[in-house]
Design a binder for this molecule. Structure first.
Ligand SMILES: *Cc1c(COP(=O)(O)O)cnc(C)c1O
Length: 385
């Protein structure tokens, strides 16, 4: 039955599970670390210890898996824990391919730890099927990574094209789909093998928890089993309270993502008409270089993240971030409130992010309040404060 239901229904009902013990409609929180063993058969394969698994994970994992059309899902202590578990499956000497413009936490982890671990890495400036094919090292490339829309310039990459290039060369395709969420894009349908989310963003959606998730495509169940073993071995397990809170947040995922995406499009159109703005980076605009790919693989909206570059350069960008009043200047995204960030200032010195760029995470406020706020901040550039 759940196969035919819309994502809005799946999320609002959290798959319709009822607690068997109490008939409770809301999922119970089960913090137990240990589970009774069968005295007759100590080796049985039931639950044992919460670093392996906890019953509070079951429903959020099943819901994320259903939304993605996967063969299984695992929750992790953070998005980074989910990401690194994908790389920890690899062996020293294995080769991986990534876009240079990728979530900066991953780029930094690869440069500081992934290379020490012995991974061979190709960061590509231009990311499409032919570029990935050209970078493949036969017999050595085990993983191709992608992120779409990608931080912080919101370039769109064609998932089906990258998947074909990866599979042709015998590698798996993993995608960080944090920004799209399964509401806007379901990468497994387009050929991805592993889908990663930082649930600290839209999945939870209330800016009050750190969590991650990994979903595998049908046929890749062995990958999930390896990642489950790594989650246990490295201890990157989510707390049961966080798993419970995540499910609570996900009940509104579909509504939140669609509403924030609609507001982001309005704001992108507004910003594109302002003389102080040099460029608006948003895949929903027809002027965006990858708008056609976005239309092909995103449904229900183009996401709630956008960036814009200021005619007045870095100084003007910092001024605008400082002068907004409803919008707050803060890191992270995907919560109910809109935040703005001078991204280059937050990333490491080697970051390729343009210094005149502001990143906006559009939230759930009335969009006219947000536009009025941005208008007064833009109009105040250069004026005494
Ligand atoms: C935040 C983020 C991560 C890391 O997730 P955490 O939950 O903070 O560890 C990974 N990828 C993207 C795109 C993110 O925005």
């Amino acid at each position: 039955m759940t196969k035919d239901l819309s994502q809005q229904t799946l999320t609002a009902t959290a798959l319709g599970w009822i607690d068997k013990d109490t008939d409770a409609m809301a999922a119970p929180l089960r913090p137990s670390t240990s589970f009774l063993r069968d005295p007759k058969d100590l080796a049985r394969t039931g639950r044992l210890f919460t670093r392996d698994d906890n019953p509070t994970f079951d429903q959020p994992e099943a819901l994320i898996n259903a939304l993605e059309g996967g063969a299984g899902c695992l929750l992790f202590a953070s998005g980074m824990a989910a990401i690194t578990s994908v790389f920890h499956r690899l062996k020293p000497g294995d080769h991986v391919i990534l876009p240079r413009l990728v979530y900066s936490g991953l780029r930094d982890w690869i440069n500081e730890h992934g290379q020490t671990w012995g991974l061979e890495v190709s960061f590509l400036d231009h990311y499409d099927g032919p570029a990935v094919t050209a970078a493949m090292i036969p017999g050595k490339t085990k993983l191709v990574w992608m992120e779409t829309p990608s931080n912080p310039t919101w370039q769109i990459t064609d998932i089906a094209e990258i998947a074909a290039a990866a599979h042709e060369g015998g590698a798996l395709l993993a995608i960080d789909s944090t920004v799209s969420t399964p509401i806007l894009t379901q990468p497994i349908k387009h050929g991805a093998d592993i889908v990663i989310h930082s649930c600290s963003k839209y999945m939870n959606g209330h800016g009050d928890l750190i969590a991650g998730a990994a979903v595998v495509a049908p046929g890749r169940e062995e990958v999930l089993a390896e990642m489950a073993a790594l989650r246990n071995a490295y201890g990157a397990v989510l707390g049961s309270f966080e798993a419970w809170l995540l499910l609570r947040g996900m009940r509104t995922l579909s509504l939140r993502v669609k509403s924030a995406s609609a507001s982001a499009l309005r704001i992108a159109e507004f910003l594109a008409g302002q003389p102080q703005v040099a460029e608006v980076l948003y895949p929903g605009l027809e002027s965006h270089p990858n708008h056609d790919i976005a239309k092909k693989q995103m449904t229900g909206g183009f996401g709630a993240m956008l960036s814009f570059r200021l005619v007045g350069g870095e100084l003007a960008a910092k001024e605008v971030a400082d002068r907004v009043q409803v919008i707050r200047q803060a890191i992270s995204f995907g919560s109910t409130e809109t935040v703005i960030e001078h991204r280059a200032g937050m990333e490491s010195a080697a970051s390729p992010t343009p210094r005149d760029l502001l990143r906006l995470s559009v939230g759930l406020e009335d969009v006219t309040d947000l536009i009025t706020d941005l208008q007064q901040a833009l109009d105040s550039i250069g004026a005494a404060k």
